[in-house]
Design a protein around this ligand. Structure first.
Ligand code: NAP
Length: 263
């Protein structure tokens, strides 16, 4: 199936590695014009170079921290001057730190709000004028299956990402009449650096090894394994493509059946 992504301009926040990186690779293979992002400039430039070599499509790095309130305006200027339009916006960042209720300070709650909620709000609000120039405009927020089934020891993610889901659904309702689609993908356990760090944290807590923790976690999913980032990327790529044109307001779990509820 041709996904009709040829020459579509895409910005993916938080994409120098992990889920964002894998999605950038898949979109570039579909001949989209992809801008990737991360806070570490050196790593971002290397990621762009690697992706360019891998896909034989030029990848554009745009360095910056999505929690910086001035970042979206700088990005808007860059995209406007270079491409004059934006077809697809994927909002994403690293996840908030683990921890239980009593260990989380006000400061940590504020930081998580900035990272996992306000960064999505600011990027969408600032880039909307550019999205409005596209006939196939859509926004995909990357959240977590934790909005459907809270994950132990991740109270920040469990709580704050629910607001991002509320945001995504509300925008789908408010802006659908303009033809702009808003969806969210809710990843389950996928083998990325973030998951490695979380497993390391659990291994320390449980006096076990990372490998043991990965096996334990995998056994909670019906498929008994974690996902590869490319498995996430394939679905995200379809969702943002014009072939998913009647899909909006959808919160799609890509979790190997991890969420046990029916809906
Ligand atoms: N992987 C999973 O199993 C899983 C499951 C559920 C939910 N999620 C969520 O999905 C999202 C992506 O996960 P991942 O596993 O791909 O994470 P990851 O491996 O930690 O990658 C995060 C990416 O975002 C960038 N980043 C982090 N903070 C940023 C910021 N403030 N501004 C700009 N870029 C930033 C990182 O680069 P720099 O560090 O250089 O900035 C990196 O490129 C996270 O929110 C995560 O919590 C993941």
């Amino acid at each position: 199936m041709d996904l009709n992504l040829d020459k579509k301009v895409v910005f993916i926040a938080g994409s120098s590695r992990g889920l964002g990186y894998a999605t950038a690779a898949q979109l570039a293979r579909e001949k989209a014009i992809v801008i990737i992002n991360g806070r570490d400039k050196e790593k971002l430039d290397i990621a762009a170079e690697n992706l360019t070599n891998l896909t034989e499509v030029k990848i554009y790095p745009f360095y910056g921290d999505v929690t910086d309130s001035e970042f979206p305006e700088k990005l808007l200027e860059f995209i406007k001057n270079k491409f004059a339009k934006l077809d697809i916006l994927i909002t994403n960042a690293g996840g908030p730190p683990p921890g239980g209720f009593e260990s989380i300070t006000d400061n940590a709650w504020q930081n998580a709000f900035e990272l996992s909620f306000l960064s999505h709000v600011r990027l969408i609000r600032t880039l909307l004028p550019l999205l409005r120039l596209s006939k196939t405009a859509n926004v995909l927020t990357i959240t977590s299956y934790s909005v459907k089934q809270p994950i132990p020891n991740l109270i920040l993610s469990n709580s704050i990402r629910a607001a991002t889901i509320g945001l995504t659904k509300t925008l789908a309702l408010e802006l659908g009449h303009e033809g702009i689609r808003f969806n969210s993908v809710l990843p389950g356990w996928t083998k990325t650096e973030r998951v490695n760090t979380l497993m390391e944290n659990r291994a320390k807590l449980n006096n076990s090894s990372i490998e043991e923790e990965i096996i334990k976690q995998s056994h909670e999913s019906p498929l008994r394994r974690m996902a590869e980032p490319a498995e996430f990327a394939d679905i995200a790529t379809f969702l943002v493509s014009p072939r998913a044109s009647y899909l909006t307001g959808t919160m799609l779990s890509i979790d190997g059946g991890m969420v046990k509820g029916i809906f």
